[in-house]
Write a new protein. Structure first.
Length: 469
């Protein structure tokens, strides 16, 4: 700060030196005697010297006649001043400006003694809030990141509903996901695979409430870190974590058409060493669909027509608990668990009408139904360390997941001739599925950014999965 005022004063003195001789001609009373003004600038409260204060001497004109600066002891000196009446100003940052109009020069040397500067009264501002809004889409080296906190769907939908609004991603009526037109896509939760729903994409997405999601990452060119062989890409769903110090919590609910509603709550406590968090969500979702298809044959003027209606109901309960412990500013260890319970009821009705084919002419009606439930959990132990270089980090994860799923499928179908008589009946064709899955995953990754668009990655990964039906 002192260097700044020294530099400023030197420039000011040089700038005004040319004015000195001219200002002498403007002096109200010119005398052949040239005088000197000296003094000392001190703090009015504690009597300490104020160094590098600016001292200005004015004649009747507005331009300063002399410019000076106090030294480390608060002393100043203005020389070669003609006799006359002058105005003196002393100023310094943080002090009220001193001004005196009664400076009269009639002798060769005048000592003004101590000039006291009063400290300025500080102005305390009210809280200043700077608001900004981050972009919905952010581009990384190997991924696109879609922020979902501004989406209205995040207040009442599921992960499936969020994905329908993400570019390059399509979701059909059954919850199947495709990325850039290819359905061979992998879903990760916080960068890790999930055993919830038996690892089935549609069940995983339905079990995740949108309100618990921070962002969705599309990795269209994944590295070996994600074991991408045979995959069209990776969809990584990043869940929310509280960053505020202290105890925080929230409760929310929403309701929609077709008997869709959900409720969620979260509670967390964080200090300098630990972050304890938990959230629970309940979702009742209904999907209604329908469609038709009509095929005309020019060879015999025949046709095949079918239409369908479907109703899919899902009830999901999700719970997440976790603890992050900050070993130091660079190293974090955490343990967390995701728990899910799901019930589903699906019903589908199909009508077929065929004309122009002797053996197939007629109508048929088919009814499909499926009832199921599943329960599962993921347990995860994580360790992460950030190095001095920005973006350089080492992460390790061990996770265990288990899922139990039971499904009961049934369909009935009846065939009728064009005259309306029954041709054939398929009654109560049933299928029962009982599936149990265990999975273990160990992964260690090291990342070193080389440039803004390049990075080096290395790591190991092993996965063990056991399925029983």
């Amino acid at each position: 700060m002192r260097l700044f005022f020294q530099t400023f004063s030197l420039v000011a003195i040089l700038a005004f030196s040319a004015l000195s001789s001219k200002a002498q001609n403007i002096s109200p009373t010119i005398d052949s005697n040239n005088s000197e003004i000296t003094g000392r600038v001190i703090d009015a409260k504690n009597n300490t010297p104020v160094d590098f204060a600016t001292v200005l001497l004015f004649a009747k004109a507005q331009q300063p006649l002399k410019v000076g600066q106090t030294d480390l002891n608060g002393n100043f000196s203005l020389s070669n001043i003609p006799n006359g009446s002058y105005k003196l100003e002393v100023s310094f940052l943080g002090y009220t400006k001193y001004s005196s109009d009664s400076i009269k020069i009639s002798s060769q040397k005048i000592n003004l003694g101590s000039i006291k500067l009063n400290q300025s009264k500080s102005t305390v501002l009210n809280e200043v809030v700077v608001e900004g809004q981050r972009s919905t889409i952010q581009l990384g080296i190997d991924r696109k990141i879609f922020s979902v906190d501004q989406s209205l769907v995040s207040e009442g939908g599921s992960a499936t509903d969020l994905l329908t609004n993400v570019p390059s991603v399509t979701v059909d009526i059954d919850g199947n996901v495709s990325l850039r037109g290819t359905d061979n896509v992998r879903i990760l939760i916080d960068g890790k695979p999930s055993a919830i729903g038996g690892g089935k994409i549609a069940d995983i997405l339905q079990s995740l409430p949108a309100s618990a999601i921070e962002s969705i990452e599309l990795v269209t060119n994944p590295s070996s870190k994600y074991d991408p062989e045979g995959q069209s890409g990776i969809i990584n769903i990043v869940l929310k974590k509280n960053q505020k110090i202290g105890l925080t919590g929230a409760v929310s609910s929403s309701i929609g058409t077709l008997n869709n509603y959900n409720a969620s709550s979260n509670l967390s406590y964080r200090d300098q060493n630990v972050n304890i968090f938990g959230n629970y969500s309940y979702r009742n979702g209904n999907r209604v669909g329908g469609g038709f298809n009509n095929t005309q044959f020019l060879s015999n003027n025949g046709f095949k027509f079918n239409d369908s209606e479907s109703n899919r109901k899902n009830i999901n309960n999700s719970l997440k608990l976790g603890v992050d412990y900050y070993l130091n500013s660079k190293t974090t260890m955490g343990i967390s668990g995701n728990f899910s319970f799901r019930e589903s009821q699906d019903a589908e009705f199909l009508n077929y009408l065929t004309q122009g084919f002797a053996s197939e002419n007629g109508t048929s009606f088919r009814e499909n139904s499926e009832d199921g439930n599943s329960s599962g959990y993921d347990l995860s132990l994580d360790l992460s360390h950030k190095f001095k270089n920005n973006g350089e980090n080492l992460t390790a994860n061990f996770s265990f997941g288990q899922n139990k799923e039971k499904d009961f499928e049934s369909f009935n179908e009846k065939f009728y001739t064009p005259e309306g008589t029954t041709r054939d009946t398929l009654d109560n064709r049933n299928n029962y599925n009982d599936e149990f899955t265990n999975s273990y995953n160990l992964q260690i990754d090291y990342t070193l950014p080389i440039t803004d668009k390049q990075k080096f990655e290395a790591g190991i990964r092993t996965t063990l999965r056991n399925n029983e039906e």
